[in-house]
Write a new protein. Structure first.
Length: 242
């Protein structure tokens, strides 16, 4: 029997926690809530969580610090940030630290639900199994790198495993499926994040920057993911399937 995704909502505002919990449960999700980072980490140790909705303005450790901690200890756990309207700097820093998407406050719960579902689809497009059958899933090979499209494992030319967040994996999957083709930011948002662009949206640029770091692609002179002025991005590698 399929188990509905389990969402952890972290917000110090009890009214928002309760509102979101009721709304998300009505739409078929399981929900647990936490009021701060201490409760969040305890619940993550105790329960299987599929995605965290994380407010940036929290008592104690703020959401930016917690995002960085989660990326260090749970690289693949999807994170959707809740940010204050107009706080572009925090939003950008949060994405750079590893959040997969964001929703500015005040928000429409249906918009948050759509973002959660889009991020979950990306996260679940890979698998978690470790059986021999699972490990023999389709792989994309490029410049010595190996991306397992089933397990979301990325292996470097030196054989080192590189952890990818759901957003990073989703973006790399789009690139290996459309190699040597210029993809606009709008196309990448649609393919990788499952949504349309909004004015001054830098989500894709930040995700590309993070992905370049994972791949060791020099940001000052990138060779693997090139920026096309006025066009978007070009994945230059030849991709083969195994």
């Amino acid at each position: 029997m399929e188990i509905n995704p389990h969402i952890l909502v972290v917000d110090d505002d009890r009214e928002i926690r309760d509102l979101l919990a009721r709304f998300l449960v009505r739409h078929g999700l399981r929900v647990t809530t936490a009021r701060d980072g201490i409760e969040m980490m305890k619940l993550l140790d105790e329960r299987r969580i599929d995605l965290v909705v994380l407010d940036l303005m929290l008592p104690g450790e703020d959401g930016l610090t917690l995002t960085r901690r989660l990326r260090q200890s749970r690289a693949e756990l999807p994170i959707v940030m809740l940010t204050a309207m107009g706080e572009d700097t925090d939003r950008i820093v949060g994405l750079e630290m590893g959040a997969d998407d964001y929703v500015p406050k005040p928000f429409n719960p249906r918009e948050l639900l759509a973002r959660i579902k889009a991020v979950l689809r990306r996260a679940q497009s890979g698998g978690e199994g470790s059986s021999a059958t699972t490990r023999q899933g389709p792989k994309a090979l490029f410049q010595g790198w190996t991306l397992d499209l089933t397990t979301r494992d990325l292996r470097s030319p030196d054989g080192v495993m590189v952890g990818l967040s759901a957003g990073e994996f989703g973006l790399l999957q789009v690139f290996v499926e459309h190699p040597r083709r210029v993809l606009s930011r709008d196309q990448l948002l649609d393919f990788a994040l499952g949504r349309s662009a909004v004015p001054f949206d830098r989500s894709i640029d930040i995700q590309v920057s993070r992905l370049r770091r994972r791949l060791g692609d020099d940001a000052r002179d990138p060779q693997l993911i090139k920026t096309v002025r006025g066009g978007g991005y070009l994945f230059t590698a030849e991709v083969t399937r195994a």
